[in-house]
Design a protein around this ligand. Sequence first.
Ligand code: GLU
Length: 445
Amino acid sequence: MKTSEIIAQLEAKHPGEPEFIQAVREVLLSIEDIYNQHPEFEKNKIVERLVEPDRIFTFRIPWVDDKGEVQINLGYRVQFNNAIGPYKGGTRFHHTVNLSTLKFLGFEQTFKNALSTLPMGGGKGGSDFSPKGKSEREIMRFCQAYVTELYKYIGPDMDVPAGDVGVGGREVGFMYGMYKKLTRECTGTFTGKGFEFGGSRLRPESTGYGAIYMVNDICKQHNIEFKGKTVAVSGFGNVAWGATMKATELGAKVVCISGPDGYIYDENGINTQEKFDYMCELRNSGNDVVEPYAKKFGAQFFAGKKPWEHKVDIALPCAIQNELNLEDAKKLVANGVTIVAEVSNMGCTAEAAEFFVEKRIIFAPGKAVNCGGVSCSCLEMSQNAAHIYWSEAEVDERLHQIMKDIHTQCVEYGKEPDGYINYVKGANIAGFMKVAKAMIGQGVC
Ligand code: GLU
């Protein structure tokens, strides 16, 4: 495989998609050696087929705001690859959403879902609609308008959307309600639904919980005690919330959370029910700021700064892609960080990720660390298909096992000759091998 040639061709064919190219480059560099040991991959043009989504839907979303004015946003669904199962992946509503973002997320999702051990293909969707400052009614009308177009392309065995940045249980509920009205079926189709209408126990917590299960397994693998470690988390949304709660439960101390306005440092730890609930309150306020936390709990607030300048043992980017750059990585390493685990998708820039690996810092990529979210979504699909509900304990046990299996795969494929476990390489190879074998098994199509 000639990685640089493939990347050059992709760049020429799809100009202006830097996030997508970044995600492809990372995977191809990791799998190059193993790819060359399998002539059947080259013969079947697996990589050339994998870097193009099966199809992309782009559509206009007209809706009416509270003032009665017509607003227009762009909607997308990228059905990336269904070699392993129905397209599966979240929906992002954020002003930065464009095709490059969604192609990168769909590409990542394909490998992440393969790694999950469950039967899911990869997809992603969303819109450049920003929920910030919108009323609940506006959000509902927008979700309904989005689904009015999307419903034609999705289904329980075809493509199953869920949440992502800007899309939580409330938005999934609004989308699913309209989907049911249009299709007259109650087959699930969306995951992350309310518990009263088919949602799974633990789905809201699962991404953050799964991430901490993974970090805990990483600690065990390296004979490190997770208990007592200080942790910096970025973001204050659903993922940050779940990670903060589970890290606290397992005895670590989360001292930072952040927002677009800056970060807070709470030396006492973000470790009480009141503080966890306040994170939800901040998120639901729709203002996208974290500063009020500092005022309420007497913590420090650093305007316009990122939490990576703080001395901590474990860093968990939980907000958005490329939120931790080389400069941040250097600060963390200078301050003696032990583990960096991406909980957001591609939370680190390529340079930052390479720097961690070069310095032999334990570094785990998003597609392994945040896999608990989509895995719990698949557990929701199973419950819906079988018309049953599992208890919180049952879901948690399954989630635990899935994260353990992902960790084992990363170690199997990522162990370097010097004993360093390259989790990036391990996750990419394990995910790729499964997708590649599934594609070959189903012929050229
Ligand atoms: N958006 C989440 C992810 O990036 C969850 C996707 C899902 O549950 O389908 O994996």
